[in-house]
Write a protein that binds this ligand. Structure first.
Ligand SMILES: NC(=O)c1ccc[n+]([C@@H]2O[C@H](COP(=O)([O-])OP(=O)(O)OC[C@H]3O[C@@H](n4cnc5c(N)ncnc54)[C@H](O)[C@@H]3O)[C@@H](O)[C@H]2O)c1
Length: 315
């Protein structure tokens, strides 16, 4: 392990991915400060041993307080729902774009930050013509306000962060799933399908269901963040996925089988703001971050569905 970082600030650390990252950083022996306004995340998600600063990334004082004494910042706080980013375009742009500028300025003002890792999304890319994996050089042409705010935020990380003297990295996460996601109101398709089937309802499949995604387990996403902590990189952007394409129809079949359900999905019209193919070429992360995804969707779906089923049981 090459990094000598001692204290990390994790914005959004009370959320789904952030709380997994915080746990891994604590396990590595780092001190961790979480900045989260708890708009979606929950205080009880923040692992014991981390300090929680309850505050908005847009609040310069709260952000500086959280970053103070830290040598690395992982910026995950965001409004993450792609579909509702049309309706909430102003609020989302403020948190995702201006909030990133605010976090960067706060990290600079705090004084000791050397590395800043931003969190972006596959939503920055233009639709791909085929399900072949796309590299980081694939054209960026986001079709949702969420993707637009994330693309702008990436550029802020490298530009403002670089000027502040940080070594910067941006991770473009693909469809992340795993335990703990059920706690978030923005839930991936796995959780949506499982919840509907558990209620005895037919979930909707938008379009023909043959749209393909790259489902990456949250443990693998955390491996990529740790890679971004250790690797001597600056000004680089990385895809974080698995390289494996799974269709929405296949996800539905897997969730249905895991629950032993016989309910059929309901076809619904295709949705604006969603691309057809979104599969990561992870060659760059492999080379520069030593990233090796370990979890396969087919082997992991059972544990995720079991958690959703347990949460559904009346206590
Ligand atoms: N889940 C995915 O599939 C996925 C895919 C691509 C990128 N991402 C990115 O990963 C990051 C984490 O996403 P997640 O899935 O864990 O979502 P999440 O909603 O569980 O986590 C986001 C956290 O940010 C917090 N937050 C929101 N607005 C805030 C604000 N103004 N100030 C402080 N905290 C605020 C929320 O309370 C929440 O705890 C986000 O940046 C998201 O855009 C997620």
């Amino acid at each position: 392990m090459s990094s000598d970082f001692r204290r990390a600030c994790v914005s959004g650390g009370a959320g789904f991915i952030g709380s997994h990252l915080v746990r891994a950083l604590l396990a590595r022996g780092l001190e961790v400060v979480v900045l989260d306004d708890l708009s979606v995340g929950r205080a009880e998600n923040v692992p014991a041993g981390a300090r929680l600063v309850r505050g908005d990334v847009l609040d310069a004082d709260a952000a500086r307080d959280a970053a103070s004494g830290c040598d690395v910042v992982f910026h995950l706080a965001a409004r993450v729902a792609i579909r509702s980013s049309f309706e909430f375009a102003v609020k989302d742009a403020r948190v995702n774009f201006v909030g990133t500028a605010s976090m960067l300025r706060a990290a600079h003002a705090a004084g000791g930050v050397r590395r800043f890792v931003g969190t972006s999304s596959m939503a920055v890319y233009a639709d791909a013509p085929s399900p072949d994996p796309i590299p980081e050089t694939h054209p960026t042409a986001p079709i949702s306000p969420y993707g637009i705010s994330k693309l702008g935020a990436e550029q802020l990380v490298h530009t403002l962060g670089g000027q502040a003297g940080f070594s910067t990295a941006v991770l473009r996460l693909f469809n992340t799933y795993g335990t703990g996601q059920a706690l978030s109101p923005y839930v991936g398709v796995v959780t949506i399908f499982a919840n509907a089937l558990l209620r005895g309802e037919a979930p909707s499949i938008f379009g023909d269901g043959e749209q393909r995604r790259d489902f990456v387990h949250v443990e693998d996403v955390v491996r990529a963040f740790l890679g971004a902590l250790d690797a001597p990189v600056a000004g680089e952007t990385f895809n974080v996925g698995t390289g494996v394409a799974t269709s929405v129809n296949e996800v539905f079949a897997a969730v249905r089988a895991a629950l032993g359900s016989t309910i059929e999905a309901r076809p619904a019209p295709a949705v604006t703001g969603e691309v057809r193919y979104s599969i990561a070429d992870i060659g760059k992360a492999r080379r520069l971050l030593g990233y090796r995804p370990m979890r396969r969707f087919a082997d992991s779906i059972g544990e995720v569905v079991a958690e959703i089923r347990a949460a559904d049981q009346p206590s």
